[in-house]
Design a protein around this ligand. Structure first.
Ligand code: SAH
Length: 238
């Protein structure tokens, strides 16, 4: 697979009602170190700064009735408009969005970064989604309480692909989804664990046999667990 050159100026702007959640997990380990080294930038903005009136109101009850509250279009638009886009995609984390894939993550990592809007309550007024052309991205078919953890997941997935962030860049080349397959299983010492030995071929030092074994196991796993990926993989092989 072709590895694209990635910018080390990658920056994420996050619009949220809970800025104190950041950097959170993004501030630890390799990503945190890379953040300190300025290999990527994180800019967190409080949507409430654009709230209305004395109480800095950001939500209101749903038109047409129903439970909960909706984030106001005017408030969200003001928060969005205060951000310098710098050619970055404008993404609204939403369970109705296109499910995030490693392909989209790679595309995001090879671009200048992302501007991420985190919803809360019942979600965002539809008109701002349309008026600002927000790209809706979902973390999966389940409902979170807010977009923050989804934004963190997207950022973490993209930033670990940036040059210099991971110890060994090769680890992102044959991992799950890179070739349309789930990853092969891993083993390490001890040689024997509860009567289960490491597969013999892995200790034999024959690299082409090892590669063959790993591909076969990756194919087996994908076929068994992810028929959707398997169908796509078979198509591209033909
Ligand atoms: N009423 C909405 C859910 C709102 S959850 C619905 O049924 O579709 C509140 C916020 O959490 C959303 O605005 C969104 O920003 C975020 N969120 C919830 N689930 C998500 C998911 N699977 N992926 C990304 N963001 C999600």
């Amino acid at each position: 697979m072709k590895i694209t050159t990635m910018s080390s100026n990658w920056s994420a702007t996050v619009l949220t009602l809970f800025p104190e959640m950041f950097p959170g997990p993004l501030g630890i380990s390799l990503l945190g170190k890379a953040l300190q080294q300025n290999l990527w930038q994180l800019d967190v903005r409080d949507i409430r700064d654009h709230g209305l009136g004395k109480h800095r109101t950001v939500d209101d009850s749903p038109a047409g009735g129903g439970p909960g509250m909706v984030m106001r279009a005017d408030v969200a638009a003001a928060a969005i408009d205060a951000v310098e886009r710098k050619d970055r995609p404008l993404i609204y984390l939403s369970p109705r969005g296109a499910p995030l894939t490693q392909t989209r993550v790679r595309a995001l990592a090879s671009g200048p970064g992302a501007v991420l809007l985190c919803g809360r309550f019942e979600g965002l007024d539809q008109r701002v989604i349309e008026a600002r052309g927000l790209e809706e991205v979902s973390l999966g078919d389940f409902v979170l309480a807010g977009g923050e953890i989804a934004a963190m997941a997207l950022i973490e997935a993209a930033v670990r692909l940036l040059p210099g962030v991971l110890g060994d860049p090769a680890s992102t080349q044959d991992e799950s989804f890179a070739a349309g397959l789930l990853e092969y299983p891993h083993y390490t010492r001890p040689q024997l664990f509860e009567e289960r030995p490491i597969p013999e071929v892995l200790s034999g030092g024959n690299h082409s046999e090892i590669a063959k074994f790993r591909t076969a196991r990756a194919e087996e796993l994908t076929k068994e667990r992810r028929p959707d990926l398997w169908t796509l993989y078979e198509k591209t092989r033909r």
